[in-house]
Design a protein around this ligand. Structure first.
Ligand code: ZN
Length: 538
């Protein structure tokens, strides 16, 4: 029975149990997850706990209403065949944007929050704490938000995908984990108690509410902000970005369609499904939907194709810290199109970093003049992208003597196979200047070269020096030549995004998704990023 006094003052714990294995885990260098959960700063999360309990209440009311509606009459639906639905859904995809009337489809996925239809008294964040849950009239006491949150983050910190089935497995197989999360083991004959370890369905429900009400997203943003505010993550003047793919948990089919020129085209698309539970779904009147909205064919540079979801990642290159990861609405979107909308979103979410950012690094997918101008104009950002030679061939004609060819990247190679070093340019003469490299003894490689007689017979110290006219390399930007040392030095920081991707995708979580749709994918990325930023503080 509840004491009436419970609402007037909070009982401090009378007995504090210390478990031996807790002490061992606190000392274990490989068990960072335990330390993070043991010293969990729950006060920072009270506000999200209150949001969660409010959402849970709304969720329960909505579920009850849905059950009633299902018993009652069904709404009228437009009936369409399976094939018609395929075509309709195909032409709503972002990568089919040119066929759509509405301008600017959202390249970055944006989830919609549920409409707050009910005017409910809100939970006071100060009134909840680990083990103290709100007691609304009717129904069972809910499971503790802090324990549920810790169990999801703990699973991620241990390197498991942040999904209910893995959390369930860990809670039921690791007593230290169960205890540090704040749950108690449940024996078969025990009656319901809110402190008992939750069942799989409760974990799924928690994850669903945190996802649909946007609480994972808010929490992610808060974690990043907190680490920047405290100075743990230092503001840099550069960003680095890239996309990465996760394997989809779905199959696809190839849909044929007629393009705007009347030609037949093909595109891979998620199979269709219905959200109803009708017995004969082929003929019932409910609308077809994509089984895995957002999944698409991703073509990597090695021509390999994957059926998956695509995420865009942005971070600080020097520290190698990811700041945001978002799903791309349609995974088949070309990489070069995702940067601008993601930068825009990042600056909306984290205005505090906007003024310090001067430059952004990307791979050759963003080597695009218009994009560079747009980022400069709208955000004052200099975009540095690896050169994309775009089917440019090497130059083999009209070359100075002794030079065999110039690569598409603007590097001349001499007859002896040496790459010439870029030295600079004479702008008024419109020429790039190169010099032969030095050998291991620090003297020019030309001095002992068998081609010296025909190439540079009079050069005794410097070795071969050549001028190449700008006209020979029209695709090289003379304002920012990619052969220059400065360009190369800046671009050495670009691969740090690959390490961020590995951290998020392999060390915390997994690159094989177990849920479908962009809403789940967004939550998956959010949970991983929350765990990452918590771990930074450890
Ligand atoms: Zn149906």
């Amino acid at each position: 029975m509840l004491s009436v006094l419970q609402y007037d003052y909070r009982q401090i714990p009378l007995i504090h149990m210390v478990h031996d294995d807790d002490l061992v885990l606190l000392d274990a260098p490989d068990a960072a997850w335990f330390k993070v959960l043991y010293y969990f700063p729950w006060k920072n999360y009270q506000i999200y706990g209150a949001q969660y309990y409010d959402a849970l209440y709304e969720f329960n009311i909505k579920e009850a209403k849905k059950r009633q509606e299902r018993l009652g009459e069904q709404e009228d639906q437009i009936s369409e065949t399976h094939e018609q639905a395929k075509q309709r859904l195909l032409f709503t995809r972002v990568t089919m944007g040119k066929y759509q009337e509405a301008a600017n489809p959202s390249i970055i996925f944006e989830s919609e929050l549920p409409e707050p239809v009910y005017e409910l008294p809100k939970i006071d964040p100060e009134s909840i704490s680990p083990g103290v849950v709100p007691n609304r009239l009717g129904g069972k006491k809910p499971k503790c938000f802090f324990s549920l949150l810790k169990s999801f983050l703990g699973a991620t910190l241990m390197g498991f995908p942040p999904e209910p089935e893995y959390v369930y497995l860990l809670l039921n197989s690791n007593p230290s984990f169960l205890r540090v999360c704040g749950f108690a083991p449940k024996n078969e004959k025990d009656e319901y108690c809110y402190q008992h370890v939750p069942g799989l369905r409760k974990l799924e429900q928690f994850d669903q509410i945190m996802t649909e009400w946007g609480i994972w997203q808010d929490l992610k943003l808060q974690e990043v902000k907190r680490n920047i505010e405290s100075g743990l993550v230092k503001k840099e003047d550069e960003l680095v970005a890239d996309t990465t793919h996760y394997y989809a948990y779905s199959g696809f089919e190839t849909v044929k369609y007629i393009d705007d020129k009347g030609k037949e085209q093909k595109k891979s698309q998620s199979k269709l499904t219905k959200s109803c539970r009708c017995e004969n779904r082929e003929t019932c009147e409910h609308p077809w939907i994509l089984a895995d909205e957002g999944a698409g064919t991703i073509v990597k540079s090695n021509k390999k194709m994957y059926w998956g979801h695509k995420a865009s990642i942005v971070g600080f290159p020097r520290q190698g810290v990811p700041l945001d990861a978002v799903p791309i609405s349609d995974a088949a979107t070309f990489d070069g199109e995702t940067l601008y909308p993601h930068v825009k979103k990042l600056f909306d979410d984290l205005p505090e970093i906007k003024s310090s950012i001067k430059r952004i690094l990307y791979d050759s997918a963003c080597d695009n003049k218009e994009l560079k101008e747009k980022l400069q104009k709208d955000f004052g950002l200099e975009l540095k992208a690896s050169l994309n030679p775009r089917r440019k061939k090497e130059v083999a004609e009209n070359l100075p003597r002794g030079i065999e060819k110039i690569t598409p990247y603007g590097v001349p190679i001499c007859l002896a196979g040496h790459e010439m070093d870029y030295k600079g340019m004479r702008y008024e003469n419109e020429k790039f200047i190169y010099q032969a490299p030095k050998g291991s003894d620090n003297s020019s490689v030309c001095l002992t070269c068998q081609h010296k007689e025909n190439c540079c017979p009079d050069s005794f110290i410097t070795g071969r020096i050549i001028n190449i006219s700008f006209d020979l390399l029209p695709h090289i930007d003379t304002d920012d030549p990619p052969m220059a040392k400065r360009f190369k030095a800046i671009m050495t920081r670009r691969p740090s995004v690959e390490r961020m991707i590995k951290r998020l995708k392999c060390d915390l979580s997994d690159d094989r998704l177990t849920k479908r749709g962009n809403v789940s994918f967004q939550a998956y990325l959010d949970k991983t990023l929350i765990a990452y930023h918590m771990l930074l503080r450890c």
